[in-house]
Design a protein around this ligand. Structure first.
Ligand code: SF4
Length: 274
């Protein structure tokens, strides 16, 4: 058993909450000492002999990872990796699209992704074209684990018609739809250009009620349709409006959190934000 924050607080620190270490309380300092390996000596009131004795114990337990602060993104990648580990690479083109290629003598799935490609092997996911952060890997692993075999059927539905989305609708409105509407007000041509540069097809002819319709394939079996009405200023002022629509089969390929992740990434790419 190592030293927990409570042990450090109870047995080593003076419990005066003086703030000289920069923390609001001795307990907050104890938590940092244990989980982030902050040196005990940062508290000027700990007895020297106690520092000498306890710091060694704390250093060793930190090396062993005991009570160490965990990185939620890394934990999520590990969890998602395990979830996807049972997948046979050979099945993936049938389930999620892409093609099997050989990379360094190993089989890999080359998967189109937001106008670029990622490679999926038994050792992980990588790309030569873009940098993939932890959350992006989690998203892709979830897609690999969940991806059903259905192809899109061409029936597009709004987010709120997908199951179990009620609690996420406000978040979609606030963080994705509204920023897009504000950003592209009066900039329909910019939206068209950015969409096309991300591989979208202009399908406005098929959706004549809106000013612009763009069909994206961020993943081979996950189409997203964006319908855009620019603001009207002539008679009554009507602000710009965006509708985001999904093929009904999307729920076979992504869970709701992953759909939001995908939309947020698409919105950021369109607005040219990182
Ligand atoms: S300096 Fe020491 S005694 Fe003061 S709050 Fe920090 S840990 Fe507690």
């Amino acid at each position: 058993m190592g030293l927990s924050p409570i042990d450090v607080y109870r047995d080593i620190l003076p419990k005066t909450n003086c703030g000289d270490c920069g923390e609001k309380s001795c307990l907050a300092f104890a938590a940092k000492v244990v989980s982030e390996n902050v040196s005990l000596s940062k508290c000027p009131h700990v007895l020297r002999e106690n520092i000498a004795h306890y710091q060694k114990i704390l250093d060793n337990q930190h090396k062993d990872g005991l009570y160490a602060k965990r990185d939620p993104a890394k934990d999520a990648v590990e969890w998602a990796e395990q979830r996807a580990a049972l997948t046979d690479i050979k099945d993936l083109p049938y389930r999620i699209g892409g093609e099997i290629v050989e990379v360094d003598g190993k089989q890999a799935l080359k998967l189109p992704y937001f106008g670029t490609h990622v490679y999926i092997t038994n050792d992980g996911i990588y790309s030569n074209e873009i940098e993939l952060d932890h959350w992006e890997r989690v998203f892709l692993y979830n897609h690999i684990a969940q991806g059903g075999k259905s192809n899109p059927i061409g029936k597009f539905v709004p987010f709120h018609e997908l199951p179990n989305t009620i609690s996420k609708i406000k978040s979609l409105e606030r963080h994705i739809k509204r920023p897009l509407e504000e950003y592209f007000t009066g900039k329909i041509e910019l939206l068209r250009q950015r969409g096309i540069s991300l591989g979208a097809k202009d399908v406005s002819r098929e959706f004549s009620s809106c000013d612009l319709a763009l069909l994206f394939y961020p993943l081979p079996k996950v189409p997203v349709l964006i319908l855009f009405w620019d603001e009207e200023t002539e008679e009554e002022h009507m602000p710009a409006q965006i509708n985001l629509l999904f093929d009904e089969t999307i729920i076979e390929h992504l869970d709701i959190e992953s759909i939001l992740f995908l939309l947020e990434k698409l919105a950021n790419l369109l607005m040219d934000a990182k």
